[in-house]
Design a protein around this ligand. Sequence first.
Ligand code: ZN
Length: 219
Amino acid sequence: MRRLYNVNVKIDNDANAAALAEAKWGAGRGYRNVFCASIGTGIGTGIIFDGRIYHGRTGAAAEGGHIGIDSNGPRCNCGKRGCIETLAAGPAIGRRAGQKLSKYPKSLLGELASGNADAVTSEMVARAYAARDAAAEEVIRETLDLLAYWLGSIIDLLEPEVIVIGGGVSTMLAPFLNEIRERWQGACLNPAPMEIPLVLARYGEDAGIAGAAALCEFE
Ligand SMILES: [Zn+2]
């Protein structure tokens, strides 16, 4: 590419690049140490350490979505069991919600999915929650607990100055950012976790494009 077009070429993974864009121009602007998570069909994460992407030894670092939460949990796309991605990414929220239908047979959630547990999606959870459906409320509460537990560990490991979340599921989580922070107090050793802001990403579907531009500008 460089030879053919005589342009600067940078390559990185989308989550790392998105984290850089958020740290330089987006919701993490002004901070040198940023943890960025994109929660959608999976959970992609990037670490900005002292203003640069943290790559680890070979470039395989910062796979925060594959931190194990439950060794007996569901099988993940990566081959492991119980990664946070298998519990709190969009499809995982839908799957956990589907498991509530037997407990809440008359719920709006069940109605939206025509009683089919496998058909429940995270979008249905959001809709049912807005209508104060008890099954959806339980799913949301559990999701906040899972994310807070995971982010508590991230805080203990990295103590970032800010945590940025994006991706499709972040829209659903937007009203609960402070609740997640309150819950992570009990999920980490850090003495002042409430001083760490949890903010929504600036770049939505354009995170990868913004990230690519940031790579060329800063890496
Ligand atoms: Zn995994």
